[in-house]
Write a protein that binds this ligand. Structure first.
Ligand code: NCD
Length: 423
């Protein structure tokens, strides 16, 4: 189909999800010139765009495959023209679906059937200034599985921040050593500050009680995968979030991402003082989604499709609230059996606090196939591989890079894994 120059350029702006200013900057022209290309062909002031510019757009901003214009996912999720991943706000429904397609293409690697070297020679800086096990290791493992190498730093004590170095200096210096960084830091907004000092891609690995975009992407990918096995759709489904919704950054990012779907019924249940911030509830109350604050967990669990439990983030409390998280807030087998369906899934970002009296997600669900927490954690690998491949611009190379693995592993990773979940 032949389209006009105006239609072509507006479709580029829409597909890349950028402003006219950013497109003009990418093309190296001023806004007046772009505006004259954007006019209708018969209007006064219309100028024909040079062929070289059109070729540049097709080759570098979009990838033309036959008649289908495939835009660059990296550009569509870019923030201020840079390839960072700081917040789930960077996604819309289209880019989210494209992101999941890239994630699907990583599954043969995360299932240890194939290997790829698309990141051979690249170095990841994994900078964790706050406790982490699975986020740090899964980002590192994901990078290694694509052929890259990882340099780590953990905690403030062993970093130069303990000597008073600023975020700006640390970021600029690290950018000189590595090709992409994952940063976790206890202060909200700190990772964005980190990203402003470098053009090297920065991924937010959790900024205090702010956001945790890669976790929300893997949570949503888990819901999508589990629902496709169960023949369900995310649009119109029922989700309950329980626990510390105030300081839990995973639920902040997940609620925002869920809001890209339509007609959801989302129930929130948390101890007094640990409620979901109003700004996030307002952000997510779109697309016909209904968000309800519940006064009892049983009410929220009734007929729900997804139960998402979270740990109390005591490390972020300004004042100790020892008694706030009692049995009423605990997800266990008896509550799930009495209120939920056979195809409900139970999720948790982990770690769960298994110490006596913690009342976090109970271990009595461990043999129940509805417990999706380990499948969820495993999804961290393909999701994080997709993040790296997209931000470093190699996602289109995956399919042709796959080679068979030479080693062999047991069919099941965990002794309690469900029969449908094997390597
Ligand atoms: C979470 C985090 O760090 O925000 N964990 C994770 O990254 N999987 C949740 C938590 O610590 O409770």
């Amino acid at each position: 189909m032949i389209i006009s120059q105006q239609e072509f350029l507006f479709s580029v702006i829409k597909k890349l999800n950028i402003t006219k200013n950013i497109l003009a900057a990418k093309l190296g022209v001023n806004l007046c010139t772009l505006d004259s290309w954007l006019l209708q062909e018969d209007s006064i002031g219309f100028l024909r765009m040079p062929g070289a510019i059109e070729a540049f757009i097709s080759k570098h901003l979009l990838c033309n495959t036959g008649n289908v214009i495939k835009y660059s996912l990296r550009d569509s999720i870019a923030i201020n023209g840079k390839n960072h991943l700081l917040s789930v706000d960077q996604f819309n429904r289209d880019s989210l679906e494209d992101f999941f397609r890239v994630t699907d293409s990583m599954k043969p690697i995360s299932r240890r059937q194939k290997v790829s070297r698309i990141l051979e020679g690249a170095v990841l800086g994994n900078l964790f200034f706050e406790a982490s096990t699975r986020t740090r290791v899964s980002f590192g493992a994901a990078f290694c599985r694509l052929g890259g190498s990882v340099c780590d730093t953990t905690g403030f004590t062993f970093s130069s921040m303990a000597k008073g170095e600023s975020i700006y200096d640390t970021s600029r210096v690290m950018g000189g050593y590595v090709d992409i960084m994952v940063v976790r830091h206890p202060e909200q907004g700190s990772v964005a500050e980190f990203s402003s000092a470098t053009n090297i891609p920065v991924v937010n690995g959790g900024d205090g009680p702010g956001e945790h975009p890669s976790q929300a992407l893997l949570d949503l990918y888990t819901i999508r995968t589990e629902f496709s096995r169960l023949g369900k759709s995310i649009d119109g489904s029922c989700v309950v979030m329980v626990g510390d919704l105030k300081y839990g950054r995973t639920v902040h990012s997940l609620l925002k991402l869920l809001s890209l779907y339509k007609g959801l019924k989302i129930s929130l249940f948390s101890p007094p003082g640990l409620e979901m911030p109003d700004n996030i509830v307002n952000y997510a109350s779109v697309n016909g989604n209904h968000i309800d604050i519940k006064s009892s967990l049983e009410e929220g669990l009734d007929g729900v499709d997804v139960v998402y439990a979270t740990r109390v983030q005591k490390e972020r409390f300004e004042n100790p609230m020892d008694e706030c998280f009692d049995k009423r807030f605990q997800i266990d087998l008896s509550k799930i059996n009495s209120k939920c369906k056979k195809d409900t899934i139970v999720m948790h970002p982990l770690p769960r606090d298994s110490r006596p009296g913690a009342n976090d997600l109970s271990t009595d669900l461990n043999n129940d196939i509805r417990l999706a927490i380990f499948r969820q954690a495993d999804n961290g690998i393909p999701v994080r591989m997709a993040i790296f491949a997209i931000l470093l611009g190699v996602d289109h190379l995956i399919d042709n890079s796959l080679k068979d693995v030479q080693w062999s592993l047991p069919a099941y990773i965990g002794p309690d894994d469900s029969p449908f979940y094997c390597l």
